[in-house]
Each structure stands twice: as structure tokens, then as C-alpha cells.
Design a protein around this ligand. Structure first.
Ligand SMILES: Nc1ncnc2c1ncn2[C@@H]1O[C@H](COP(=O)(O)OP(=O)(O)OP(=O)(O)O)[C@@H](O)[C@H]1O
Length: 503
């Protein structure tokens, strides 16, 4: 007789004891104990490189631990036989931080790959219909079709498909869903839809682990919080019994409330340095029939609105315009540096070292005094950025893939900010970056802006808009509103996005 998950709610589903794993000299996990119960949503939090993804990889059979035991539903689930396939057979599914869809295939074909047994004949139609049903359930109004090719979708839409594919029912049971930063590229609306769905999922007696650096989400959806630090679990507590400050300090990061700081910095810029340089327009662009966009030297300009409404296209057009100035409606004075949010596709050189990935953006400076690259300066500068951004690695010559996701993103920041480009274009660049580093990067952006650099910054995180001097709201490929100073608020951005969509 099958007992429903709801009837078993509260029972232990997963137990890990003493899980340890090293990569060369790096001890990623140093003996972790973890218990997951049926019917709960557990938030797994910690700084970049704390060991969260390594723990997840061990739970779902992608990595073998060096030491420790794992039990799933009371049965030993470790040893050589524990693999991704075996874990899936037992009811465990995982959405990894880096997307795993095949870019050259359609949504239906990607669905079929994940569940090959699901459809024998007319499989394309059936697999597409299955995925569409899940998309409609979790993300109503998603606007996707089964024959859309993944590679042609913006990263936010790809992330939606990845999540929906994992939640699609199949021949195997679904007891535990592990989501590693599932909202990192989603706009506020899609993220809220997913969080609401997670609550209904655990209400049915299923279990969910959510890894995110967005503390708002953690407090909105989880029942319990497990904090990791340097490869160990340092705190496990019911969410209702902790708060933002205690959580951040358990992660080992200084507690700061960013919002007042951001507003103060904005005021300082508006009334100080920028007065002398605001007249120098650094970036100018018009969108078809929309409001024209401009940015002065020393300004931090935000691009907001629902994901995929033209913000990334604008950044790419500005980058292109910087290479042949004055020819059309787009004008960018001086060079640009780009911080990619979709680091897998547009960011990292996967076969290069950490240092090379950083310094490739600085070649002009490194060759300023001779046609050859100044290797000593290259090394020194890379070292400075490593310390400035707290990059967690024993050696800068290791491959970039040895870094955790958030640490890879820090390298992309260093590549752009360490260059001499006067205009920095940022495409939702905080994907996977921990709260402490984010705070440091916000301060760095402000400092650089005071020095005369211009930032054009697309973000899906509302809180980040408070770090901008002015914000342009996008809808359907054009700018539909401009907000400045105290007018910058989540409510105004949402209202402008939806007014336009409804018009
Ligand atoms: N394949 C690998 N080779 C070498 N080192 C690795 C490898 N995978 C992970 N590490 C190291 O293990 C440590 C833990 O990484 P992990 O990805 O688990 O961190 P994380 O908490 O998920 O970080 P983030 O929040 O940035 O995703 C890091 O120092 C990382 O550099």
C-alpha cells in the first residue's frame, strides 16, 4: 500500500552524517550533518564558496563524498551505486545553478531528454504538452511555446523552463526538489509565482531545499534555515526564530542595512562631484517611440521592468555603438566594459585560468608601455582584485571552473572594473553573488561613479534600484518611464511595467 507524502509529513526524508569532500587542497565540506523532513521547505544559505552546491551535488548523486553517510527515506543512499539516475528513481530532483538545457533543441525536445520513457509515439507533442501544463501551473502567462528553441530565449525564460521541467510529473515519484538559485535571473513577478508554487508543493507533504542569496525570498518561503560557512553547517533554526541580521552574521558577514547608505550615496553624488560633470553626456540612446535614454559622466543608471523587455538588447546596442560612434541614434563616448549575467554563455572562458579570465579585460593597460603584456603588472593587479572581492581560491592559476558560481561572477566584475573603460554596462550582474560581496560591489560602483565612471545597470532585484541615480523602466522593447531619486520604488516600476502592458 502506498502512503501519501502528506500522511508522512514531519518524518525524516534525508539524513546526511559527517559528509566531507575535498578538491585538491580545498576542503569544500568538512563533515556536514543535515536532516530534511517531509513537508518542509529548508533554506540553505551561506557565502560564496561555503559549500552549498557541493552538498547538493552529494545529495543528488552527482558527486561522491570522501567520507560520511547518506540516508534517503530510512535507507542507505550512498556508496558506488548512488548516482543522479538512482537519486531520481528514489524521488529526488534538482535544478542546478548552471542551466542544463540543450540550447539547440526545442522546449519539447528538452522535456523528452529529461523523461525519455514518458512518451513512446507522438512524443514531441506529448512532451511539449506535459511541459506546457507545468509551465501554466507554476508560471501562468509565461508566453512560451513547445517549439521555441532554447538558445533563442533570454536567460530568464530559460530558467523558467529549467524549473518547470524539473517539476513535471513523470514515471518516477517526486519527493524532494532541490533548487540551487532558481530565481537568479527571474524578474519579481516570475520569482513570486515560483515561491507561491513552492509553498503549495510542501503543503502536499513534499520537501524542498532552496538555495538563494536573496534574503527576502528566504524569509518569504522557508520553514527552516540551515546556514553554511567554510564547509560546515554553523546554524540550523526555524525561520520564524531568526531575522536578517542574525542570519547574515551567522554567515560570517558584517550586518549593514544598505538602503539608507545607498540613498545617502546617491544624494552625495547628485550634489557633489556630479555637478561638475553632469553636463558631459556619456551615453545617449533612443528606443523606438519610447523615451530617450541618456547617462552623464558619473551617473549610475538603472534599467528595470519585466525580464526580457529589451534591457539586455539595449546594453548590447550601447556596446556596439561604442565601437562606431556618432553614426546613429546611439552614442557612447569612450569605451565600454560589459559584465555578463549569463556567465555560461557570455561571460567565462571555460578553458582558461581564473587569472586569465580576469586580465583579458585589461589588455590595453597591460600593453600600454610596450607591445608585450607586462606579466608582473598583470599578476599584481589580479592579486589586488582577488583581495578586494574576497575571491575564494587557493590559486589564481586554477581553471575558472574550480570556482563556485558566485566567485566566477566576481571574476567578471574584476574584469570590467579593472579595465580603463569609462562606461560599464552590467546585465543583471549579481547572479549568485552573496550578500557581503554585493555590498562591497555596490560601494565600489559608487566610488567609481564618483571618480567619473558611468554605469548602465540592468537588474531584476528591486533593492538594487536604490543604488541608482535614475532608472528607466522598459516594456515591450521601449522605455516607458523614467524615475529619479525618491521616486524610485518597486511600486512605481511595477505600475509602469503593467500600465504599458495593459495599454
Ligand atoms: N570541481 C571543483 N574543483 C575545485 N574546487 C572546487 C570544485 N567545485 C567546488 N570547488 C570549491 O569548493 C568550495 C565550495 O564550492 P561550492 O560551489 O560548493 O560553494 P557554494 O556555497 O555553492 O558557493 P556559491 O554561493 O558561490 O554558489 C569552493 O571553494 C570551490 O572553489
Amino acid at each position: 500500500m502506498q502512503v501519501s507524502s502528506q500522511a508522512l509529513a514531519g518524518e525524516a526524508l534525508v539524513e546526511a552524517r559527517g559528509a566531507a569532500r575535498s578538491f585538491g587542497a580545498v576542503q569544500a565540506l568538512r563533515g556536514v550533518d543535515l536532516q530534511l523532513r517531509r513537508g518542509e521547505c529548508v533554506g540553505l544559505v551561506g557565502h560564496n564558496g561555503a559549500g552549498k552546491s557541493t552538498l547538493v551535488n552529494i545529495l543528488c548523486g552527482a558527486l561522491a563524498p570522501d567520507r560520511g553517510d547518506l540516508h534517503f527515506a530510512g535507507r542507505p543512499a550512498d556508496g558506488a551505486a548512488w548516482s543522479l539516475r538512482e537519486a531520481r528513481r528514489w524521488g529526488l530532483r534538482c535544478v542546478f545553478q548552471e542551466l542544463s538545457l540543450c540550447d539547440n533543441l526545442t522546449l519539447a525536445e528538452n522535456m523528452r531528454i529529461a523523461q525519455p520513457q514518458s512518451a513512446e509515439w507522438a512524443w514531441r507533442k506529448r512532451a511539449g504538452a506535459q511541459l506546457m501544463a507545468t509551465l501554466d501551473r507554476i508560471f501562468p502567462g509565461h508566453g512560451l511555446r513547445p517549439d521555441d528553441v532554447v538558445g533563442e530565449l533570454p536567460i530568464g525564460k530559460r530558467q523558467i523552463v529549467e524549473v518547470a521541467r524539473a517539476f513535471t510529473p513523470g514515471a518516477q515519484p517526486l519527493e524532494l526538489m532541490i533548487l540551487d538559485e532558481p530565481t537568479s535571473s527571474l524578474d519579481g513577478q516570475a520569482a513570486a509565482q515560483l515561491l507561491a508554487y513552492i509553498r503549495s508543493f510542501v503543503a502536499e507533504g513534499k520537501t524542498c531545499v532552496l538555495i538563494t542569496h536573496k534574503l527576502r525570498e528566504i524569509f518569504a518561503v522557508t520553514d527552516r534555515l540551515v546556514v553554511m560557512r567554510d564547509g560546515q553547517v554553523v546554524q540550523a533554526t526555524p525561520t520564524a526564530e531568526t531575522d536578517r541580521e542574525r542570519l547574515v552574521s551567522a554567515m560570517g558577514q558584517a550586518v549593514v542595512n544598505d538602503a539608507p547608505q545607498a540613498a545617502a550615496a546617491r544624494t552625495r553624488t547628485a550634489g557633489g562631484h556630479a555637478q561638475t560633470v553632469q553636463d558631459v553626456v556619456q551615453v545617449q540612446a533612443s528606443t523606438q517611440r519610447g523615451i530617450a535614454l541618456h547617462a552623464a559622466r558619473g551617473e549610475v543608471i538603472g534599467l528595470a521592468g519585466l525580464a526580457g523587455h529589451g534591457q539586455t538588447a539595449m546594453l548590447l546596442a550601447l556596446q556596439e555603438a561604442s565601437q562606431h560612434n556618432g553614426k546613429d541614434a546611439m552614442r557612447v563616448e569612450g569605451g565600454t566594459a560589459f559584465v555578463a549575467g549569463d556567465r555560461q554563455t557570455d561571460g567565462v572562458f571555460a578553458l582558461w585560468s581564473i587569472a586569465r579570465n580576469m586580465t583579458v579585460g585589461w589588455l590595453a593597460q597591460l600593453r600600454a608601455r610596450s607591445p608585450l603584456i607586462d606579466l608582473k603588472q598583470e599578476q599584481q593587479q589580479a592579486q589586488q582584485w582577488r583581495e578586494r572581492l574576497g575571491l575564494v581560491t587557493p590559486d589564481m592559476d586554477l581553471p575558472i571552473g574550480s570556482l563556485s558560481g558566485g566567485n566566477q561572477q566576481k571574476v567578471l566584475f574584476a574584469r570590467a572594473l579593472g579595465s580603463a573603460a569609462p562606461v560599464i554596462l552590467m546585465d543583471d550582474p549579481m547572479r549568485g553573488v552573496d550578500v557581503g560581496t554585493k555590498r562591497d560591489v555596490y560601494a565600489l560602483i559608487r566610488e567609481e561613479a564618483r571618480g567619473g565612471r558611468t554605469f548602465v545597470w540592468y537588474t531584476t532585484e528591486f533593492d538594487e534600484l536604490h543604488h541608482c541615480d535614475r532608472v528607466y523602466v522598459f516594456s515591450n522593447g521601449r522605455v516607458v518611464g523614467e524615475l529619479a531619486g525618491d521616486d524610485i520604488s518597486e511600486e512605481r516600476v511595477v505600475a509602469l511595467s503593467f500600465e504599458e502592458a495593459a495599454a
